[in-house]
Design a binder for this molecule. Structure first.
Ligand code: HPA
Length: 260
């Protein structure tokens, strides 16, 4: 039976959508990973809260390697990860879902690979399709099933944070082709690729980015929009689970992974 993981980002902390919930801890070479396992309509689902208990871990301090390695050890093959994002693209408005197909990363101090040489070897992982096309297709179908506005494709710009961006940075990211800005998709997406797992981001636009919006940005505003949309995010996740099951038309598993 395949296992699907949901990584809950900002505003998505509640595993109660699942039945038969059990807490699990996995000891990995990078530290502990904690999650809950459960099921939904006969599917095994693992739910992991990216920011830890009480949203206590900021984006630049998340142990991305332990999280992805732990999910792999639990037998997860597909990950749907939620993320609150700012928008640089006026068509991608607050309250819309976006399922990115590409990323640009501007992080500075993160452990972003399993392949540090030594026993792990030197590996250069293909990033042509960082976000799984099969999962994105299922998510797009799920969004239309629940009749919520969604965009299939978009460029996610990942910043180091935890501060928000300056308007000058946002202007630069727009020139570079960015549509969305957030702080967590990288290295999560790249680590999933390194171990051959299908990965998709469910980005919820919470605000127009600095300088695109005429007002100053606060974390409270981000939390408010996530809270207003939490029922919709749950509906999307549940509608997507049966739609992403099975083998899709993707090459995600082709990547050599360190964890068997
Ligand atoms: N910038 C970075 N991260 C974010 C934003 C933003 O505007 N909104 C939600 N997460």
């Amino acid at each position: 039976m395949e296992k699907i993981a949901i990584i809950g980002g900002t505003g998505v902390y509640d595993p109660s959508i699942l039945g038969d919930v059990k807490e699990v801890g996995v000891s990995t070479p990078y530290g502990m990973m904690n999650a809950v396992t459960g099921n939904y309509q006969g599917f095994d689902v693992v739910f992991m809260n990216r920011h830890g208990k009480g949203h206590s871990v900021p984006p630049h301090m998340i142990n991305y390697r332990a999280n992805i390695w732990g999910l792999k050890e639990l037998g997860v093959t597909k990950i749907m990860a939620t993320a609150a994002v700012g928008s640089l693209n006026l068509d991608m408005a607050p309250g819309h879902f976006v399922f990115p197909d590409q990323y640009l990363e501007f992080t500075k101090a993160r452990q972003c690979t399993f392949f540090d040489g030594g026993d792990m070897g030197v590996v250069h992982t293909d990033m042509t399709e960082p976000y799984c096309p099969h999962l994105r297709k299922g998510l797009t179908q799920a969004a239309s099933a629940i009749a919520h506005q969604a965009h299939d494709g978009g460029v996610y710009v990942c910043t180091e944070g935890p501060r928000f961006e300056t308007p000058a940075e946002i202007k630069m990211y727009r020139h570079m082709g960015g549509d969305l800005v957030g702080m967590t998709s990288f290295p999560e997406v790249a680590l999933a690729r390194e171990v051959g797992m299908c990965y998709a981001t469910i980005a919820m636009v919470t605000n127009y980015a600095a300088g695109v919006s005429p007002t100053h940005l606060t974390h409270e505003e981000v939390l408010e929009v996530m809270a207003e949309n939490s029922a919709t995010i749950k509906s999307l996740l549940l509608a997507a689970i049966p739609l992403i099951a099975g083998n899709g038309d993707c090459q995600c598993r082709g990547t050599a992974g360190p964890v068997k």
